[in-house]
Design a protein around this ligand. Sequence first.
Ligand code: G1P
Length: 298
Amino acid sequence: MKRKVTKAIFPVAGLGTRFLPATKSVPKEIMTLVDRPLIQYAIDEARSAGIKEFIFVTSRGKGALEDYFDHAPELEASLRRKGKQKLLDVLENTYMDSGAIAYIRQHKPMGLGHAVWCARRLIGDEPFAVILPDDVISAEKPCLQQMVEAHQEIGGCMVAAMDVKPEQTSSYGVLDIAEEKPDGLFEVRGMVEKPNIEDAPSNSAVIGRYILTPDVMNNLHSVRCGSGGEIQLTDAIALEVKQNRPVHGLRFKGRRFDCGSKAGFLQATVSFALEREELHDEFSNFLRELMPLAQAAE
Ligand code: G1P
């Protein structure tokens, strides 16, 4: 039996410049899809995969994130007085057990790998998950749960994977695939961060879910600045392969939205709104009315 994954790192230090001016005062991870912030989707997914300890790597100006996971005594008292039990229930998922959540500051924006490395002392000698809240995944079985189940069988490092268009490979960590296995798993022979289209080893991209061994933390200590002059998580995982330790990719079942981009964020908003029973009819009528207008504008 492999060691259970109970800790997850959430890198949330990014400035979110693609969403300025909104992100001037609101952390990107607090932006909402329908009525839940991006970070809530990430936390829910982690919880359903059995994660018990949540480590946020933050930066200046992210105070709203800490408040979000705290109790709100005045609000709760007011809702209770008014007998608004349903709204109190809605708040339930935003609470964390005492000590279950930790915040660490990344003092300089030195890349995703550096952000993960900042959490090394809280990880210790255990396997851990990394969730990038920008990547929102809608799935019957949450993506991280799919990965944790596969990881229980094979151990090592694992990344979520998805095929992208060849011209998009320069936006992702891209996988060199050694051997396809059953159930969407494959063995990884290498990975490159944001390669040019002609250097991409495949069109299978890493999506923001990882299960990593503590060895990756050590690798992060030794890797040099990579793509974009930053410390890249991809490079530290690629080092695992070079050291002959197993790294797998999992083609997860589900749909991923790139909520780090405006188009992806809007697609997720529409898709999640349509999934809501209370919004479905009104919203789909609206979209039907909108379609001819969009076509006419072309
Ligand atoms: C990060 C990773 C990249 C991965 C991507 C998935 O890039 O560095 O390997 O493919 O997330 O969303 P970013 O989008 O933060 O530039």
